[in-house]
Design a protein around this ligand. Structure first.
Ligand code: ATP
Length: 120
């Protein structure tokens, strides 16, 4: 009983990991995020930023990844359910894309606040 619960949780973890791989393979945006993440993490290591700054940086990276992944999921659902043009689909897709923009702007501002003192 306990073993089957644990093996199910391990399988769920595997499905979630497969989801990240599928996202990276199928979406060009994902690869741009991956590159940006590598650059930002490398910069953090290079400048030896403080622990509190790492916390903000990791939260920003996660926020952008999560919103981009959910936005992609919304796009795929809508394309599957309603392949034809519809004003409501446009509204749903645009609001989901807006969520990514909000996260990206917040990440950009926080990134500038963190790295500006190290750069100048
Ligand atoms: N089925 C649809 N009905 C109405 N409007 C749609 C539909 N599909 C897309 N749109 C709208 O058309 C515009 C462009 O859509 P598209 O999916 O190409 O956006 P995009 O963010 O540039 O795409 P991608 O994320 O794939 O690069 C957006 O405003 C979107 O909401």
């Amino acid at each position: 009983m306990r073993n089957s619960y644990i093996s199910k949780r391990i399988a769920s973890f595997g499905y979630a990991f497969n989801g990240i791989i599928a996202f990276l393979r199928s979406e060009p945006h994902a690869r741009i995020h991956a590159l940006a993440t590598i650059v930002v993490v490398a910069a953090g290591c290079w400048y030896h930023i403080a622990t509190s700054e790492w916390i903000w940086l990791i939260l920003c990276i996660a926020l952008v990844w999560v919103t981009e992944m959910l936005n992609t999921v919304v796009e795929k659902i809508m394309d599957h359910l309603s392949p034809q043009q519809h004003p409501k689909v446009k509204w749903i897709k645009d609001v989901a894309a807006g969520a990514v923009l909000v996260a990206a702007i917040a990440a950009l501002v926080i990134g500038i606040l963190i790295f500006y003192p190290y750069l100048f």
